[in-house]
Structure formats: structure tokens, C-alpha cells
Design a protein around this ligand. Structure first.
Ligand code: UDX
Ligand code: UDX
Length: 442
């Protein structure tokens, strides 16, 4: 079966590579000429563990190919739309579907009714997008009949960056929104290789599938915000938020995952999807206190982290040096989208603090980020901490967990650590002579 994936970003590239791993013939299309040129040379434009090997293996086995030309989708039984759905610049935070609709417009001229293609939205799209796509096709190719010459479906992804391949090959569930049995049959065939691993494939209507994605992401963002709020209480009244989370997580109605407090959630999904879901409530004149409060709490939390840094740095802030360890929104990715560091670092600079940063995924593009224009980048941990007044752990990269604190102690100017991911043990650090603060401990 031939499959096309339009949009070779974090979502599309992983989707295409994994389907080719199942032995399907997959063409990944992208309008970005440079990106496709890199991919054709097995150069992966994103940092995703295991993706390079998967692409290399399946490209040389001729299962996977890349193209700039949308015409290369010809003969595809299934066409995935995996282009970006960023937050719209104007409005209440709704998703901007201009890329999705542009692809549909381009596709409508290329549909060959003999292929009877199934067009599947893989991108996270607001509830009701499916029917908008059908209307678009009716407008752009009236001679094609929906349900006869082509079908559409929703198949949202639940991939986490840094573990995207694992999440694809061993999903908790696959969600397929379909409008007829024929479409269900095609998707059942597509995901058959996963059934061997008993991955439940849920078939439902298109609207429910679209909403499952938003509701899942917003709920995870709510869960993280909840433990972040509880950690604020622990800092005032005592108790250790990690123990509270452990105790909560043992209740299988709650579950232990996504109860790690931190500087707030970032990434290309939670912030965008909570805003888009809130916009759906607003558009339908519904009050949504929960989702709105998650959005507001998360924004405020980043500024609260600056307050914690100021308390440890002590006045005068001007001229003080902070070693900022990790800038990405989470470990095992190079993605900076909506990372809390984009707020925290400029706030420190405003105080006259010099920020020296290190990140294992550092690449030249980090220097182009406007919020990092005053940052001095250091290649090694010992270089970045040298002569600093405080070490701030922002991203819980494994490289930082094993830091030799006795060695670090000799390099810093002041032995102060603000650990926003609780990667260190408080008592151990105090024994070595550090002033230490973290999240969720008095
Ligand atoms: C994004 C969102 O993060 C995710 O929530 C949504 O489900 C899908 O879009 P991601 O893969 O991170 O996923 O997007 P991005 O990294 O921006 O990649 C989108 C790709 O589509 C880019 O490579 C872009 O060049 C390509 N594109 C965009 C096209 O090929 N054609 C278009 O018309 C628009
Ligand atoms: C998320 C969803 O997990 C995934 O299912 C969806 O498809 C895309 O969005 P991703 O954004 O890649 O994946 O990263 P994730 O691991 O979910 O972390 C998101 C943010 O939450 C990060 O900033 C992370 O630091 C934060 N987080 C996560 C916490 O602060 N605490 C946690 O316990 C878990």
C-alpha cells in the first residue's frame, strides 16, 4: 500500500518513517526545499533519538522517499496531512488552519478517483475541521463525490518529542475518526502491524477523534499544573511535593505519570492545544474556567521562577552571573517552542544578570532566538558554571543528573543552586556546602 505524508516536521517525519518501518511504501512531501534536500541525504533536521537510523534504513530499502512536489502523492491509498497548526496571531488562541486548508486546496486538483484516496488529518485540528475539509473539496473539485471518489478521516497523534518513535510503535491507543465502514476497513488494514502488540485501535466519529486529542493534551497540561500548584503550597507549609506526587500516583485512578513539578509546561503542543481548546469554548459561548486557569497559571509560573531566582541571587542583581543549564522545553529534544527559558532568561537579563547557558542539544540556531540575544553559550558544564553566582537547572537532561558537585564547587564563585526540576538531593547538596533551592520543598 502506498502512503503519502504531507508535512515533514516533528509529526510528519516520524509518522512517515514509522509507517515505512511497517513495510509500506511512503512518500514524505514538504514545501521546504532545504528540508527535503537534507532528508534526501539522510540528514534529519530535528533531534529525535532513533529517527536518523529509521530514515536511513527505510530510504535505502526504498520504502521511504522524500519530495517537494505534491504530485508525488500519486497512487497513494492514504494521504496524511501533518502540517503545522500553530496558534493564530489574532483572536482568542484558536489554531491557524491556513496550512491545512492550503494543502487541501493543492490536493483537490491532484485527486485521482481511481485511487479513491483516504485523506487523513494527522495534525492536531479543532473539532469540526473534518467537515470543513469536505466542504473545501466540494468547492475546489465539485466533480469528485465525497464517500465515492475519496474519503476523509481523523487520526490524531500522541507522540511525545524525544520518545516519538517508541510512542508510535508502542502506543497506548490509536484513535481513528471515520464516517463510514469502508474508511474503517482501510485504517484497520493500515494499523494491523500494531495489533500484534495489542495496541487498542479505537474507531469513533470524526468529531470525537478531533476532540480526544485536545481533551487529552489539555488534561495532561491540567495534571502538570495541578502538581505545580501543590508544590507552591509545599514550599510554604512543608511536605515534599515529590513524596506527595508519589503518594497520589499510587492511586491508579490518578496514575504516577505527568506529576513532576517544574517551571511550567512548554513545547509545540500543550500551550497551543490548551489555547485552541479554550478558543473552542469561547467560540461556542461556553465558559471554561479550568482550561483558562491552566493557561494563566502556566504563564504566571514562569515569572514565579524568576522570583525564586531573585530570592537566591539576592540584591544587587546587576552584574551577577547565572549558569543556565538546559534551555529546551524538555530533555531529548532540540525544540525551544514555548520553553519557559524564553521567558525566564529575558527577565534575568532585565535585572542586569549575565546569563551563561549550556544545552546538550545546542546548535547554531539557538543563537538566532531573540530572547537569547544576550546569552553567552558555553560548550561544557564546567565552562558554563565557572565564576557564577548561581547555577539554575532548567531542563532535566541526564547529563546534569550526574554532575560532579565536588568539582563544580571549586569552579563557581558562589555555591548556590536553583533546581527547577528537582534532579538533585537537597541534603546531599547542603552537606557539600551549597545553598540549594528546588521545587516543592520548604
Ligand atoms: C505541528 C504541531 O506541533 C502538531 O501539534 C500538529 O499536530 C502538526 O503540526 P510539527 O511536526 O511540530 O507538528 O510541525 P512543524 O515542525 O511546524 O512541521 C510542519 C511541516 O509542514 C514543516 O516542515 C513545513 O515546511 C511543512 N508544510 C507546511 C508543508 O509541507 N506544506 C504546507 O503547506 C505547510
Ligand atoms: C505532548 C504530549 O505528551 C503528546 O502526547 C502530544 O502528542 C504532544 O504533546 P510533548 O509536548 O512532546 O508531548 O512533551 P511532554 O513530554 O508531554 O512534555 C510537555 C511539557 O510538559 C514539557 O515542557 C515538560 O517539561 C512538561 N512536563 C511534562 C512537566 O512539567 N511535568 C511532567 O510531569 C511532564
Amino acid at each position: 500500500m502506498k502512503i503519502a505524508v504531507i508535512g515533514s516536521g516533528y509529526v510528519g517525519l516520524v509518522t512517515g518513517a514509522c509507517f515505512s518501518e511497517f513495510g509500506y511504501e511512503v512518500v514524505c512531501v514538504d514545501k521546504d526545499i532545504n528540508k527535503v534536500a537534507l532528508l534526501k541525504k539522510n540528514k534529519i533536521p530535528i533531534y529525535e533519538p532513533g529517527l536518523e537510523d529509521l530514515v536511513k534504513k527505510n530510504t535505502s530499502a526504498k520504502y521511504l522517499s522524500f519530495s517537494n512536489n505534491l504530485k508525488s502523492i500519486k497512487g497513494s491509498k492514504i494521504i496524511f496531512i501533518a502540517v503545522g497548526t500553530p496558534t493564530a496571531r489574532r483572536g482568542e488562541g484558536e489554531a491557524d488552519l491556513k496550512y491545512v486548508f492550503q494543502v487541501c486546496k493543492d490536493l483537490s486538483k491532484l485527486i485521482d478517483k481511481n485511487d479513491k484516496p483516504l485523506i487523513v488529518t494527522k495534525s492536531t485540528v479543532p473539532i469540526g475541521t473534518g467537515s470543513q475539509i469536505i466542504n473545501l473539496f466540494k468547492k475546489y473539485c465539485p466533480n469528485l463525490q465525497y464517500g465515492v471518489d475519496y474519503n476523509i478521516a481523523s487520526n490524531p497523534e500522541f507522540l511525545r518529542e524525544g520518545s516519538a518513535i517508541e510512542d508510535f510503535l508502542r502506543p497506548d491507543r490509536v484513535v481513528c475518526g471515520v464516517a463510514n465502514y469502508e474508511t474503517e476497513t482501510v485504517l484497520k488494514e493500515l494499523y494491523r502491524p500494531l495489533n500484534l502488540r495489542e495496541a487498542p485501535v479505537l474507531f469513533t466519529d470524526i468529531e470525537s477523534a478531533e476532540l480526544i486529542k485536545y481533551a487529552s493534551n489539555a488534561f495532561l497540561a491540567l495534571k502538570i499544573s495541578f502538581i505545580n500548584e501543590i508544590s507552591d503550597l509545599c514550599e510554604k507549609v512543608g511536605g515534599n511535593v515529590q513524596m506527595v506526587a508519589k503518594g497520589m500516583g499510587l492511586d491508579n485512578r490518578i496514575g504516577a505519570k505527568f506529576l513532576h513539578p517544574g517551571p511550567g509546561f512548554g513545547g509545540s503542543c500543550f500551550p497551543k492545544d490548551t489555547r485552541a481548546l479554550y478558543a473552542s469554548f469561547k467560540k461556542n459561548k461556553l465558559k471554561s474556567t479550568l482550561i483558562k486557569s491552566v493557561i494563566n497559571f502556566n504563564e504566571e509560573r514562569k515569572l514565579n521562577m524568576v522570583k525564586k531566582a531573585k530570592m537566591l541571587l539576592k540584591k544587587p542583581y546587576k552584574g551577577k552571573k547565572v549558569a543556565f543549564l538546559g534551555v529546551t522545553f524538555k530533555p531529548n529534544t532540540d525544540d525551544l517552542r514555548e520553553s519557559p527559558s524564553l521567558v525566564i532568561i529575558p527577565e534575568l537579563n532585565k535585572l542586569g544578570v549575565h546569563v551563561y547557558a549550556h544545552d546538550p542539544a545546542y546548535n547554531k540556531s539557538f543563537e538566532k532566538i531573540k530572547q537569547f540575544k544576550k546569552v553567552k553559550w558555553k560548550k561544557s558544564i564546567s565552562d558554563v558554571v565557572k565564576g557564577t553566582d548561581m547555577i539554575l537547572i532548567h531542563t532535566e537532561w541526564n547529563e546534569y543528573r550526574g554532575i560532579d558537585l565536588k568539582k563544580i564547587k571549586k569552579l563557581v564563585k558562589n555555591k548556590v543552586i536553583l533546581d527547577l526540576r528537582n534532579i538533585f538531593n537537597k541534603n546531599e547538596l547542603i552537606d557539600i556546602g551549597f545553598v540549594y533551592n528546588n521545587i516543592g520543598q520548604k
